[in-house]
Design a protein around this ligand. Structure first.
Ligand SMILES: [Mg+2]
Ligand SMILES: [Zn+2]
Length: 406
């Protein structure tokens, strides 16, 4: 499997939709909590193992170069390919050709979405296409995906039927795409369109939210999302309270017994400024063994008790379904993680999930977050290396320092 170590980023556009701020600065330099948007992208690439970045600059490119230099400050190698403002995106990439590796990541610098380079590289490897990009479901999209992930239609005008995805400007590209250039003065979306006609593009679907600096309203949301937060995701049964016996469910408040060691750790973490979001499977509801109302009432009382201890619970997300329902919200599926991220504006890739079941670790992996496992090493024998938690502990108090340092 090829895992590229190089990324090229389009940084040359005028950013007219971001006026007036882009009168004076190029769009990638738009500040997010005082740090240029582009820096978030570069850090994300670095965290994914990228070693070298090519910034394809145009409009006010000197500001970008002055700020990032050779990348030493961010501990990554940065090179530049600069050209006139008039160049189309396709031309910009074409002119950077000599700097490019055989396989490279290609980013537009206006969206941000958590991604895993390993997952994208694996998809690219399976698909055997010249270009794979990350797509997200959207009712007014520009892409139609086939069942296997192949892009069937790529329509800039968004007029074709069943265009239910958009691409997010995160691409993995084979350098052979230059064969599709007849004329170098072309926009890169026209290059993509040609590749699609030749069956050379596939889309990897993300369920995560994406943020953008394409206009000032979205810029504010991106800022909200990218500002660091101290949020921990945590399971309920077996972590906060003692589990019911096998095949049984906590069906009354009397049966709810806190695990004192973990409660103490939650208190300590709260003193460090963390808040909690609970994500819990409650198949007892789907199996008619406990009512939804009862689960809600137990959770309400739990929340009150925790808050009296100074532990802040932002929200409690529950999957009420039977495992036979095959819902997207039951762990190991990651649906509730994405919902929580959307509602609380936190980056899943910067967050931990604390659980006591191997499925908790799988759900975390599927959502793109890291996990802490409370239990025994032996319980994890069926996990793949990628699904493994960052740490295995008996009680949460042993994990406090790991969580605080991250
Ligand atoms: Mg549990
Ligand atoms: Zn569910």
């Amino acid at each position: 499997m090829i895992i590229p170590e190089q990324a090229a980023i389009f940084c040359g556009g005028l950013g007219t939709r971001m006026h007036p701020v882009t009168h004076k600065i190029p769009k990638p330099m738009v500040p997010i909590n005082g740090t240029p948007f582009l820096e978030y992208l570069i850090c994300q690439l670095k965290e994914n193992g990228i070693k070298e970045i090519i910034l394809m600059t145009g409009y006010l490119g000197e500001q970008i170069r002055e700020y990032f230099g050779d990348g030493e400050k961010l501990n990554i190698k940065i090179q530049y390919s600069h050209g006139p403002v008039e160049w189309e995106t396709g031309r910009r990439l074409f002119e950077a050709k000599d700097l490019l590796s055989d396989h490279f990541l290609l980013f537009y610098s206006d969206n941000f979405v958590p991604f895993s380079l390993k997952k994208l590289a694996q998809f690219y490897d399976e698909q055997k296409k010249l270009l794979c990009f990350i797509v997200k479901a959207k009712t007014t999209g520009n892409i139609r995906l086939g069942e296997n992930g192949a892009v069937e239609i790529y329509d800039k005008t968004r007029t074709a039927e069943n265009l239910s995805f958009v691409e997010l400007g995160y691409m993995l590209v084979d350098k052979c795409i230059f064969q599709y250039y007849k004329d170098k003065d072309i926009s890169f979306s026209d290059v993509i369109a040609k590749l699609v006609l030749d069956g050379q593009v596939a889309g990897l679907v993300t369920n995560d939210s994406y943020y953008s600096i394409s206009d000032s309203e979205r810029w504010k949301l991106a800022e909200k999302y990218l500002s660091p937060k101290k949020i921990l995701l945590i399971d309920r049964d077996g972590v906060i309270n003692k589990k019911a016996s096998r095949g049984e469910y906590i069906d009354s408040w009397d049966k709810f017994v806190f695990i004192q060691e973990n409660l103490q750790a939650m208190k300590t973490l709260s003193e460090y400024g963390f808040s909690f979001i609970i994500i819990s499977n409650q198949a007892g509801i789907g199996r008619n063994m406990v009512s939804e109302k009862m689960v809600e009432s137990i959770n309400e009382q739990m929340k009150k008790t925790l808050e009296n201890e100074g532990i802040k619970i932002l929200n409690i997300y529950v999957c009420p379904h039977h495992w036979e329902d095959n819902c997207f919200c039951r762990k190991p599926n990651p649906g509730l993680f994405f919902q929580a991220s959307r509602e609380w504006f936190f980056r899943i890739d910067k967050t931990f999930f604390i659980g006591d079941d191997p499925r908790d670790c799988q759900a975390a992996y599927n959502a793109g977050c890291r996990s802490i496992f409370l239990g025994k090493e032996n319980d994890l024998n069926n996990l793949s290396p990628e699904e493994r938690p960052l740490g295995v502990f008996k009680y949460l108090d042993e994990a406090v320092s790991v969580l605080v340092e991250q």
